[in-house]
Design a protein around this ligand. Sequence first.
Ligand SMILES: [Zn+2]
Length: 99
Amino acid sequence: MVYRNGVDRILRKPNTSNSEQCRICGSDMYVERDKNVYTSYACAMAKKSSCMDAFYCPHSDKEWHDKAGKLIDEIDDTTSPSIKEIIQKDLENVLKDRS
Ligand SMILES: [Zn+2]
């Protein structure tokens, strides 16, 4: 499973945040405190981990969640406001039909 950093995996300095909501589906995230994690791809390559509180969305392994995440990426990627609007509608449908 691939988490999207800052979206369905949010890292905070230890004890700076009590709760976070998933940027994709708005669910309350569960937290693993004082976890040694790589904060970026570059840190992973250098095997340099940091102690952080890691918040995860409980729905990250669901197919609809992955789809919604991709749609959000596409909304961020496009510069066309009309396309943004179309993708936004698709996103709302995916979140509405989630199972
Ligand atoms: Zn979520």
